[in-house]
Write a protein that binds this ligand. Structure first.
Ligand SMILES: NC(=O)c1ccc[n+]([C@@H]2O[C@H](COP(=O)([O-])OP(=O)(O)OC[C@H]3O[C@@H](n4cnc5c(N)ncnc54)[C@H](O)[C@@H]3O)[C@@H](O)[C@H]2O)c1
Length: 171
């Protein structure tokens, strides 16, 4: 039976997500795939990269690319443009700093501290919404900028749920 692709908002658009094998980048990848995108993941974790599958009508392609290597980035972008026929969206996630997002990196960092649960509670209390972000919530912000914000350039969209309002634990 043909898959119903009606209503998806990123159908056949072409994107690159750096660091898309896990964490925030994986959340962004999943949202774009659910919305029908053709998405290339630039990452250095080849094991996770080889296991990436589409979570929607979109198509995913893994490209081994260390974003610290400019020549490799240029080569990888050219390979995506050739494979998919263009480029509509680049998400520079590897190295990007959102607020506190529940990812392997964050959990690993918390577990290296004396009281991980207390640290996680502290992070939650520093956010007005009193919770960590889920990776796909950052993906939804990317989707908004890519699809809806059609007259927007150079805009900084804070994905922080108000963490920066009076930095620290909220009363
Ligand atoms: N999770 C948070 O709350 C938080 C907070 C502040 C900043 N950040 C930053 O946001 C980014 C994503 O965070 P995350 O929590 O999803 O991390 P993560 O470690 O869970 O995932 C990072 C992904 O990037 C890939 N990666 C690492 N180095 C790379 C490189 N040189 N080239 C290409 N890919 C590379 C990893 O293989 C992995 O798939 C990181 O730069 C992190 O420092 C995250």
């Amino acid at each position: 039976m043909a898959e119903n692709k009606a209503g998806v908002r990123f159908l056949n658009k072409i994107a690159i997500v750096t660091g898309g094998c896990q964490g925030v980048g994986k959340g962004i990848l999943d949202v774009l795939l659910e919305q029908g995108g053709k998405v290339a993941v630039f990452d250095i974790n080849d094991k996770l990269g080889s296991e990436l599958t589409t979570s929607g009508p979109g198509i995913v392609k893994y490209v081994h690319c260390d974003v610290r290597n400019e020549a490799e980035v240029k080569r990888s972008i050219a390979s995506v443009v050739e494979a998919f026929g263009g480029l509509d969206l680049l998400v520079n996630n590897a190295g990007y700093a959102p607020s506190v997002v529940r990812t392997p990196l964050l959990e690993e960092f918390a577990s290296s501290l004396p009281d991980p649960q207390k640290q996680i509670k502290n992070w939650e209390d520093s956010v007005l919404l009193r919770r960590l972000a889920e990776p796909k919530e950052i993906g939804l912000a990317c989707l908004y900028l890519a699809v809806d914000a059609t007259f927007t350039t150079g805009f900084e969209l804070n994905c922080t749920a108000g963490s920066e309002i009076g930095y620290g634990v909220k009363q």
